[in-house]
Design a protein around this ligand. Structure first.
Ligand SMILES: *Cc1c(COP(=O)(O)O)cnc(C)c1O
Length: 216
């Protein structure tokens, strides 16, 4: 059995059935990603638009593609025809652009709002307050070709599990107060077990499935 298949089966055996596994295939060659496909995985996530489009061309049509990384407004048009979910919405302007192209392709695109919970300054995302304001705005309510179905976030890059748990807990509390959201996308290779304990319904796991990443 390939190690990708073995890793995948081990993770799937460890997560409850209400948690969706997004296999994060960024930087891995298509042959390796296809090992996961051949083992039954259908939901894949990429963090860059260009790589997402390339892999989509090379892989079977029944893959559900999720964009999990930062999205620039000028790149929305490339993914709007096919993307299943965008995890990284962090402004009304971006959401309006997604809505525009979704309308053009006669689709409704499922989106998550990215929330900033980590201590680092560098990570993208909205504060709880900005998120609330966006969801209450008339401009948002006017958008008919996008659907906000949940929240996505990343915990601090730290070895301290208590810090990670604290951040996930505060996000879960906020999430529970939002009507009609049903996806909480938290948890990566290093912290998905904590994320599931704290209420994750969607985990994004790359290196624990595909092995060490080579960015070169
Ligand atoms: C790369 C990435 C992941 C997966 O990270 P691993 O540590 O390889 O599991 C999850 N979410 C986002 C937004 C990513 O960019």
């Amino acid at each position: 059995m390939s190690s990708v298949k073995k890793n995948l089966e081990e993770i799937k055996g460890n997560i409850p059935s209400h948690v969706t596994l997004v296999a994060v295939s960024k930087t891995y060659p298509t042959e390796v990603v296809m090992e996961a496909y051949n083992a039954g995985q259908r939901v894949f996530g990429e963090n860059k638009v260009q790589e997402l489009c390339e892999k989509r061309d090379q892989m079977p049509d029944d893959v559900e593609w999720h964009l999990i990384g930062h999205l620039q407004t000028n790149k929305v048009k490339y993914i709007a025809p096919f993307v299943s979910m965008i995890h990284s919405i962090d402004s009304l302007k971006l959401l309006q652009e997604v809505n525009k192209y979704a309308h053009r392709y006669d689709r409704v695109i499922n989106c998550l709002l990215q929330i900033h919970i980590a201590q680092e300054e560098t990570k993208f995302g909205l504060s709880f307050e900005e998120c609330t304001d966006l969801l209450k705005s008339e401009e948002f309510k006017a958008l008919k070709n996008i659907r906000i179905v949940g929240l996505m976030s990343m915990a601090s890059n730290t070895d301290d599990p208590n810090q990670i748990r604290k951040e996930f807990k505060s996000l879960k509390q906020f999430y529970d107060k939002q009507p009609s959201l049903y996806i909480l996308s938290i948890g990566m290779s290093s912290d998905y077990k904590i994320a599931i304990e704290e209420g994750s319904t969607m985990i994004r796991v790359g290196s624990s499935i595909f092995g060490k990443r080579n960015y070169a």
